[in-house]
Ligand binder design. Structure first.
Ligand SMILES: NC(=O)c1ccc[n+]([C@@H]2O[C@H](COP(=O)([O-])OP(=O)(O)OC[C@H]3O[C@@H](n4cnc5c(N)ncnc54)[C@H](O)[C@@H]3O)[C@@H](O)[C@H]2O)c1
Length: 350
C-alpha cells in the first residue's frame, strides 16, 4: 500500500512538473528537476544539522578592543546580529551597505553603537566596491576582520553593470574583488599569533553546486538554484585557495567559510517560504543563532592553524567534494582575477 501510494504521488508530481515546464528541452528539464530536488535535500540536511548541533552553536565573546571589522550587509538579517556581537566585543565596525542612513538607528540603539560606521557599497557594481574600499582604507589603514556577509538568493536572470550574472557577482565575485582591495590593510593588522581573518558567509546550499567554467553567466540555460549554488560554492573554494596562497606569501591573514544555518530572514523573499512565515518561525534558527558561527570564525583561538576551514554550527562542516578540488580552485581564482581585472601573479602582493 505504502509503495503504491508513493509511486502514485511521485508520478503525479513528475507529470505536473512536466506539464508546467514542457516548453523546455528535455536535458534542461531534467537538470532543473535535479537541482530542485538536490537543493531541497541540502536544505533538509541543513535543518537536521542545526537541530543535532544546537548545543554546539555557541560562543563567548572576547574583549577585542582596538580591533577593526568590515562587514558587507549588516542593516538586516544575520548581518545585524553579527554587528551587534562585534560591538559587544568592543570591536569598531564598518558596514558596507547600499543606504548608509539605515545604520543611524543601529548607532543610536545598539550597545557601543558609537563604534559603528557605515559607508555606501553596492555589490552589483565593481566601481562601487572600489570606492568603498578607498573610503574604508583612508580612515582605517589596518583591518582585523573582513566579513563577506551580504548576499542574494534566487530571482530572475539579471546581469550587473559589469556584465556578470547577479548572484555570482554579489555573492562571490565582488567580495573576491573587495578582499583583494582590503588585503594590504588586513596584512598590516595581522600578527603571527593573531592573524587577520576573512570570513566568507557561504551556505549549505553550495552542496548541489559546480562552477560553470565555460559559461559562468549561465547564458545557455539559466537555473536560478544552480546559480545560487555556484556562487556559494565559489566562496568556499576561494577561502581555501586564498588561504593557501597567502600562507605561501607568509602573510598573517587566514580565510574561513561559514554556513550560518537555516535562518529566518528576508533572504527567502523569492521562495515559497516567504508565504509561510510561521513555518520559518518554527523550524529556522533566529538571526542571532545564525550570527554565532560567523562570530566563532572571527574569534575562536583554536582555529588559527586551520585556515581554509568550512564551519557550520561552530564545528567543521561538511562541504561537497567539488570544493576541495585544487585544480578547480585555481581555475576559479584565475577566472575571478580576469573578471575583476586583477593580475593573478600580483594577488596578495599589493
Ligand atoms: N538565511 C539563511 O537561511 C542563510 C542560509 C545560508 C547562508 N546564508 C547567507 O547568509 C548571508 C546573510 O543573509 P541573510 O539571511 O541575513 O539575508 P538578508 O536578505 O536578510 O540579508 C542580506 C544582506 O545583503 C545585503 N545585500 C544584498 N544585495 C546587496 C548589494 N547589491 N550590495 C550590498 N548589500 C547587498 C542586503 O541589503 C542585506 O543586508 C547571505 O550571504 C546568505 O547567502 C543565509
Amino acid at each position: 500500500m505504502f509503495v503504491i501510494t508513493t509511486i502514485t504521488i511521485a508520478t503525479f508530481a513528475a507529470a505536473t512538473y512536466w506539464i508546467m515546464n514542457r516548453h523546455k528541452p528535455l536535458k534542461h528539464l531534467l537538470s532543473d528537476f535535479r537541482y530542485m530536488l538536490d537543493m531541497q535535500g541540502a536544505g533538509a540536511g541543513g535543518l537536521i544539522d542545526d537541530w543535532i548541533n544546537i548545543r554546539r552553536n555557541k560562543i563567548e565573546l572576547p574583549d577585542a578592543s582596538r580591533k577593526i571589522a568590515v562587514i558587507t550587509g549588516g542593516a538586516r538579517g544575520i548581518g545585524t546580529e553579527v554587528v551587534r556581537g562585534l560591538l559587544k566585543a568592543n570591536v569598531t565596525v564598518i558596514m558596507g551597505i547600499r543606504k548608509p542612513d539605515a545604520a543611524k538607528k543601529m548607532m543610536e540603539t545598539m550597545e557601543n553603537g558609537k563604534n559603528l560606521h557605515a559607508f555606501s557599497l553596492d555589490l552589483q557594481s565593481q566601481k562601487s566596491v572600489k570606492e568603498f574600499a578607498n573610503c574604508v582604507t583612508k580612515e582605517f589603514p589596518e583591518i582585523n576582520y573582513l566579513i563577506n556577509n551580504a548576499g542574494i538568493m534566487y530571482g530572475d536572470y539579471k546581469l550587473t553593470e559589469d556584465g556578470i550574472e547577479s548572484q555570482f557577482a554579489v555573492n562571490h565575485l565582488n567580495h573576491f574583488y573587495l578582499t583583494h582591495l582590503l588585503l594590504p590593510a588586513l596584512k598590516k593588522a595581522g600578527r603571527v599569533e593573531e592573524p587577520s581573518r576573512v570570513v566568507n558567509v557561504s551556505s549549505c546550499g553550495h552542496y548541489p553546486g559546480k562552477i560553470f567554467f565555460d559559461d559562468i553567466n549561465m547564458k545557455e540555460h539559466y537555473n536560478t538554484i544552480a546559480a545560487y549554488a555556484q556562487s556559494k560554492l565559489a566562496q568556499i573554494m576561494t577561502a581555501r585557495y586564498l588561504n593557501k596562497l597567502l600562507d605561501s606569501q607568509d602573510a598573517n591573514v587566514k580565510f574561513y567559510s561559514v554556513h550560518p544555518g537555516i535562518v529566518d530572514t528576508d533572504l527567502f523573499e523569492n521562495t515559497t517560504f516567504n508565504k509561510l512565515p510561521w513555518l520559518k518561525k518554527i523550524f529556522f534558527k533566529t538571526p542571532e543563532k545564525g550570527a554565532t558561527p560567523i562570530l566563532f570564525a572571527c574569534f575562536n583561538k583554536n582555529i588559527v592553524e586551520r585556515g581554509g576551514l568550512y564551519i557550520s554550527n561552530c564545528i567543521e562542516g561538511i562541504s561537497n567534494r567539488y570544493s576541495k578540488n585544487i585544480d578547480h580552485q585555481k581555475k576559479l581564482f584565475d577566472i575571478s582575477c580576469e573578471l575583476t581585472g586583477i593580475d593573478p601573479d600580483k594577488f596578495g602582493k599589493n
